[in-house]
Design a binder for this molecule. Structure first.
Ligand SMILES: Nc1nc2c(ncn2[C@@H]2O[C@H](COP(=O)(O)OP(=O)(O)OP(=O)(O)O)[C@@H](O)[C@H]2O)c(=O)[nH]1
Ligand SMILES: [Mg+2]
Ligand SMILES: [Zn+2]
Length: 287
């Protein structure tokens, strides 16, 4: 049977990207019973008349994961997108997104856009994230920089973007593939929040891979049960955690804390550690 990926779904009709192009599909009856459970990103088997451009989704293949907001299945990675200037990065927000992705077991790539506005600053901050072992790239759509590197990082994967309004997400995708023709330049976050239309998620096909142009996770606050897990969402903490004097050390005021020592020596960036403390506070159980 023919296979494809659901790239868009509206009112019970689904666009399925197959090797031979887009096929508009309805769901087989028994799947329709769980209509709300079909997600963009689902890998499916479809049937269609010979040469026809309409088909039927027969089966949904097992998912590797499913996100609720944005509602996408089989996400391979989150591409975290922040501009180095205009607006300059909100590092707490950036780290929040990375942490949420880590807690969901999603891998991340970090993209710093508008490198043309501050090349030196871009290198500095990109290095701070690259040493955490996140694949990191600096881009400029004006100077045409970093685009090939980014293509490589998105290749063959389903990626979802995450980053603030104005960071240049849509501009970046247009630069990767001018055929996408996405709307840019509008600071649209406020307007979108005010509107009550639920904008449906859509996967945009790249030459190799798919990407969802979404602002990212709508829920970024910590859950009260994540206090213990949080430390592992900071990759640079991991080598030190087991060496702390106390089992169950949360790296706050405990004596013999190796994470805090690593902050002292500069091995762990103090900004990241401060963000850990802020998020830890939010994740503390409330009795
Ligand atoms: N100097 C410079 N400006 C850029 C670059 N990329 C994007 N911009 C500008 O940044 C502004 C915002 O770009 P968008 O692509 O609309 O940003 P977005 O992240 O999609 O924003 P939302 O859709 O609101 O979430 C536009 O005015 C772009 O022209 C870049 O590489 N360099
Ligand atoms: Mg946009
Ligand atoms: Zn500790």
């Amino acid at each position: 049977m023919e296979r494809g990926v659901i790239v868009k779904g509206i009112g019970g009709r689904y666009d399925v990207q197959t090797e031979s192009g887009l096929v508009l599909c309805m769901l087989r009856g028994r799947l329709r019973l769980r209509d709300d459970r079909v997600l963009v990103g689902d890998k499916v088997e479809i049937s269609r008349e010979q040469g026809g451009d309409a088909g039927v989704v027969e089966r949904i293949l097992p998912r590797t994961n499913e996100l609720t907001r944005p509602a996408i299945a089989n996400v391979d990675q989150v591409a975290v997108v922040f501009s180095v200037q205009n607006p300059s990065p909100n590092y707490l927000l950036l780290d929040r997104i990375l942490v949420q992705a880590e807690l969901l077991d999603l891998s991340c790539v970090v993209v710093f856009t508008k490198g043309d506005l501050d090349p030196a600053g871009a290198l500095k901050v990109a290095n701070e994230y690259a040493v955490l072992s996140y694949p990191t790239v600096i881009t400029s759509v004006i100077k045409n920089e970093g685009l090939q590197q980014l293509r490589e990082l998105l290749k063959g994967k389903i990626s979802t973007l995450a980053g603030p309004s104005g960071a240049g997400k849509s501009s970046l995708l247009n630069a990767l593939d001018p055929g996408l023709n996405l709307e840019t330049g509008k600071v649209s976050a406020k307007a979108q929040r005010g509107r009550h239309t639920t904008r449906s998620v859509e996967l945009l096909p790249l030459a190799d891979g798919y990407v969802a142009d979404t602002p990212g996770f709508s829920k970024l606050s910590m859950d009260p049960d994540q206090e213990r897990d949080l430390q592992f969402a900071f990759p640079e903490f991991r080598p030190h955690i087991d060496a702390c004097q106390f089992r169950g050390c949360l790296h706050r005021r405990e004596p013999g804390c190796k994470v805090k020592e690593a902050v002292q020596t500069g091995e762990i960036l103090s900004r990241r550690y401060e963000h850990y403390l802020i998020l830890l506070e939010e994740a503390a159980p409330r009795y």
